[in-house]
Design a protein around this ligand. Structure first.
Ligand SMILES: Cc1cc2nc3c(=O)[nH]c(=O)nc-3n(C[C@H](O)[C@H](O)[C@H](O)COP(=O)(O)OP(=O)(O)OC[C@H]3O[C@@H](n4cnc5c(N)ncnc54)[C@H](O)[C@@H]3O)c2cc1C
Length: 532
């Protein structure tokens, strides 16, 4: 972490050089000394430094400057660095203005020019102020800062992407944090396109797409080859398992995800039923381990890249990405979506509601109960027994701040700028009740993301992909099928295109099942590749 800064501002070049010299002589070990020759230039510097999250310890500023007085400069600079100490350099004629500034902007001190000898007139004052500043200075966060509002969907997307990609970041809520608001105003010309991301190198991105963020933070978003043996669409447990097996068995493998690795499982706060983790494992941890394993074994992974279309031109399968790139392969495997838990900490001490009665809702409620004062689970059925694992039901029963309300549904969501209350309906009596609510999380299942293969492979009405035995009807193969064999277990209506995990019709929606299918598919991929 670089040293904190002392910034001195004076329009007289000789004076500013003299102050700089005296400051360096005494403070250069512990502080960076910077200078500017006008208030406007100094303000630009201040904004740039804040963008990099540098620490400002003290401003030493001349009062009489053309364009912007010292006091006017300090008033603006304080918006970015309210805790920096403020010292004004004055002539006798400015004494009244300096005294007024003590009340006006919280001026810490004013010094008469000339200040020599500095050992007597400058250093004692500044030493005192700097030791005062040091006592309360917070160590600045040395990473990506995301400034936005809790209620901005695009802020949520970015936070979720960073969290699930295991990239540490600091969240700045501009509704709560005036310094962050000033910084956002400065870089976005008060347009308030949120979120704004600030990077340690001083650059900023305004409401970027996750692909831009991924590229900026060094995640791979572009394929290194135009052709692969196997392209896997979706880096959930099924895709990751397929990548691990394929790469370890020598296939040139590319795994692509439109967000980041981990899939729905990556959003789970604790998976307790996956083999080999007696104390459970968080979805993020499982995703991190699997990603590292797939990469180590040689699979190439692209994140923040959506597959928009696939096409078949035998014997090759082509995959089109959202950025227009087209990649080809001999075999293709592919997909789903889920909710994220990154928001929980912001509802500390509040009353949260969870809709749903299956495992994901149970895990969500358990996770939120660590932060919220109370979590109410709204369940349509008569109990949790039908769709939830017993270990979760036991945990929920033992958690004092989780309330379970069965036979209920949300009939109305109330609020002007944000959620304020819910109207809850008792499904037995039809009676409704309005309750204040800080947050509502819905865990009622997800839709398959399979539109990009809609014209290529056969799906059921809900969009789930048919594979293997599902394709045989009355002992007959699908009409479009030209090969002299039945489709393999996880193969779709197009030979060499496989579907694994939750995207398949009648899939068992579990991590272990997705992993099992991902790995099983690779043995069929090998069999298929022998024929092309
Ligand atoms: C909150 C929650 C908790 C859960 N807890 C458990 C549990 O405790 N135990 C358990 O066994 N199961 C649990 N599950 C279920 C389990 O996570 C899923 O069954 C599993 O993740 C399915 O894996 P998958 O690889 O088939 O699909 P997914 O995990 O859905 O992954 C699909 C991936 O494909 C990507 N994708 C989709 N379309 C495209 C496209 N066009 N281009 C590129 N990428 C695309 C998505 O971004 C996603 O990353 C939970 C699910 C949720 C939501």
């Amino acid at each position: 972490m670089a040293n904190p800064i002392i910034l001195t501002v004076d329009d007289d070049i000789q004076v500013v050089n003299a102050i700089e010299r005296d400051l360096r002589q005494h403070y250069r070990q512990d502080y960076r000394i910077m200078k500017a020759t006008s208030g406007a230039v100094a303000l630009e510097t201040v904004q740039r430094l804040k963008q990099r999250n540098d620490q400002m310890a003290l401003f030493l500023v001349d009062q009489r400057m053309p364009g912007m007085s010292g006091i006017a400069f300090l008033a603006e600079a304080m918006k970015f660095y309210p805790n920096a100490r403020k010292v004004l350099l004055t002539a006798y004629a400015d004494t009244q203005a300096a005294i007024a500034a003590i009340n006006l902007i919280g001026l810490d001190h004013y010094l008469m020019k000339p200040w020599s000898p500095p050992e007597q007139n400058l250093y004692p004052v500044l030493d005192d102020l700097l030791s005062d500043w040091l006592a309360t200075a917070e160590v600045p966060f040395d990473g990506i800062r995301v400034a936005g509002t809790l209620w901005s969907a695009s802020s949520h997307t970015i936070k979720d992407f960073l969290a699930r990609s295991q990239i540490p970041y600091q969240w700045l809520d501009i509704e709560q944090d005036a310094e962050a608001r000033a910084l956002v105003d400065a870089v976005s010309n008060e347009q308030h396109h949120l979120p704004v991301l600030f990077f340690p190198d001083g650059s900023a991105l305004i409401n970027p797409h996750i692909t831009t963020v991924a590229a900026k933070i060094g995640l791979r978003t572009q394929a290194t080859h135009p052709f692969y043996d196997l392209i896997i669409v979706g880096a959930g447990p099924a895709g990751l398992a397929a990548a691990v097996y394929a790469a370890s068995e020598g296939l040139r493998t590319l795994l692509i995800d439109k967000e980041t690795t981990g899939g729905q499982a990556g959003t789970s706060s604790r998976i307790e039923n996956y083999l080999g983790f007696p104390n459970g494992v968080s979805g993020a941890d499982l995703a991190r381990r699997a990603t590292a394993q797939a990469t180590r074994l040689g699979a190439e992974i692209l994140t923040a890249q959506e597959v928009t279309q696939i096409r078949v031109d035998d014997p090759y399968r082509f995959v089109q990405l959202a950025d227009g790139t087209e990649l080809s392969c001999k075999a293709l495997a592919g997909v789903y979506y889920g909710a994220a838990l990154t928001e929980a900490a912001y509802y500390k001490g509040k009353h949260m509601f969870v809709v749903g009665g299956a495992n994901s809702a149970g895990q969500g409620a358990m996770f939120f109960s660590r932060y919220a004062s109370k979590v109410t689970m709204l369940v349509r059925g008569s109990s949790l027994q039908k769709d939830m694992s017993q270990y979760l039901i036991d945990q929920i029963n033992c958690t004092e701040n989780i309330e379970l309300r069965t036979h209920t549904s949300v009939s109305r969501v109330i609020g002007t700028d944000r959620l304020e209350a819910l109207e809850i309906r008792d499904n037995d009596t039809g009676e409704t009740e309005t309750v204040p609510a800080a947050a509502l999380f819905v865990f009622i299942g997800a839709k398959p993301h399979s539109d990009f293969v809609a014209d290529v492979v056969e799906r059921n009405q809900a969009g789930f992909i048919l594979t293997g035995p599902d394709l045989i009807s009355d002992g007959r193969r699908p009409k479009s099928w030209r090969l002299n064999r039945d489709p393999y277990l996880l193969e779709t209506t197009v030979p060499g295109i496989f579907a694994v995990g939750d995207v398949r019709q009648d899939a068992v929606k579990r991590v272990a099942s997705a992993v099992g299918q991902g790995s099983t598919a690779i043995s069929f991929v090998h069999q298929y590749l022998k024929t092309v």
